[in-house]
Design a protein around this ligand. Structure first.
Ligand SMILES: [Zn+2]
Length: 356
């Protein structure tokens, strides 16, 4: 059994034109975590149970007094519960798509966001600085070093220990830190000051990481890695891509009869097109539904609901320097946080987009 900490961030991307731009250009996404992409043993990263508890970390009191826009703990709790409910209540054609449920526990007295305590803390942090990171979710996982075997027991510094991971990979702890270098507002503020971020949108994004989602490349998805301040950055509904992601990780049996998948292989010059961006487009509406990245064999699986789809393959951006604000597109950098094995140096990008 091995333990590792992974971090996902939501990043500021200036410019209100982003959403419009990217809904047309389409980037890339992955709906679920892939582990050890260098091997054939690819695993999703989930909690062992879909019933996940969380608690506020009141030691970071800035949320109540510092920014001046969040009146009290009640307001914060309300926003978080709404965000959690978006995920647990996700439906497709009036049918629940996942089995997620979330329970708020008593406030915890931790003085830091400890990844080894098996307590899912949510609060505000002053350690992130004005780095462009709006919020951060630190996710700890255990995984087996023997493919096909469960990770087994692991220890926690707080509460019951040891605990057991019955799967090859389990999330053991996930802490959400809102960056108090930035200002946030709740939906009750109808006219937020410029530069403020909608806390509910940011929380919904981070909760996606908390239960195992990686970023989406679809600009209408709450798991899109960039956020805007102001009312233009508000995302209060889940996209189909978000819903499919949650269903892929915690499938509700009720939707299996409506669900399917598109599988294929992308190759360039006869070689696997590792990290090719593959997008499913609804043939009837022309709307982008979901997308993913090809694995190291060039293979991809798009999980979709019943329907007819076109498939679009695109190269990732070639900028490997990180989250670029200069070219306005997301790169493979956005997908390497969960040690999913997407090395930026080996993404195959020497091809042009193709529509099928
Ligand atoms: Zn993120």
């Amino acid at each position: 059994m091995r333990r590792i900490i992974i971090k996902r961030r939501k990043l500021v991307w200036g410019g209100v034109a982003l959403l419009g731009l990217c809904s047309a250009v389409l980037l890339f996404a992955t709906n679920f975590q892939l582990l050890r992409l260098s091997s054939s043993d690819i695993q999703r990263t989930t909690w062992a149970s879909p019933n996940i508890s969380w608690s506020l970390n009141p030691s970071n009191t800035i949320v109540y007094t510092g920014s001046g826009t969040l009146a009290n703990e009640t307001a914060l709790t309300s926003v978080l519960n709404t965000a959690f409910s978006l995920w647990s209540g996700a439906q497709y054609q009036s049918t629940n798509v996942n089995t997620l449920s979330f329970t708020q526990g008593a406030d915890n007295g931790n003085t830091s966001f400890a990844s080894g305590d098996c307590v899912n803390s949510i609060g505000f942090s002053d350690t992130l600085g004005a780095t462009g990171t709006i919020a951060l979710t630190q996710v700890a996982v255990v995984f087996s070093t023997t493919p096909g075997s469960p990770a087994g027991s692991y220890s926690c510094s707080t509460g019951a220990t040891p605990r057991t991971c019955p799967n090859e990979v389990c999330i053991t702890d996930a802490d959400i830190e809102f960056n108090k270098s930035y200002n946030f507002y709740t939906p009750s503020y109808s006219n937020p000051p410029g530069g403020y971020f909608d806390l509910q949108t940011v929380a919904t994004h981070e909760i996606g990481h908390l239960f195992g989602l990686d970023h989406s490349g679809l600009a209408n998805a709450v798991m899109f890695p960039y956020g805007d301040s102001g009312t233009g950055g508000i995302v209060h509904i889940l996209s189909l891509d978000d819903e499919i992601g949650s269903a892929a990780l915690y499938t509700n049996s009720s939707i299996t009869s409506m669900a399917g998948q598109i599988q294929g292989t992308v190759s360039v010059g006869g070689n696997p097109a590792f990290a090719a961006h593959v997008v499913a487009i609804d043939a009837a509406t022309g709307n982008v539904v979901t997308d993913t990245l090809a694995d190291n064999n060039g293979s991809y699986t798009l999980r979709v609901f019943q329907g007819n789809y076109y498939v679009l393959t695109l190269p990732l951006a070639t900028d490997t320097s990180g989250d670029s604000t200069s070219n306005g597109v997301t790169t493979i950098y956005n997908y390497n946080g969960f040690h999913s094995g997407y090395p930026s140096s080996t993404a195959v990008t020497n091809f042009t987009g193709k529509f099928y």
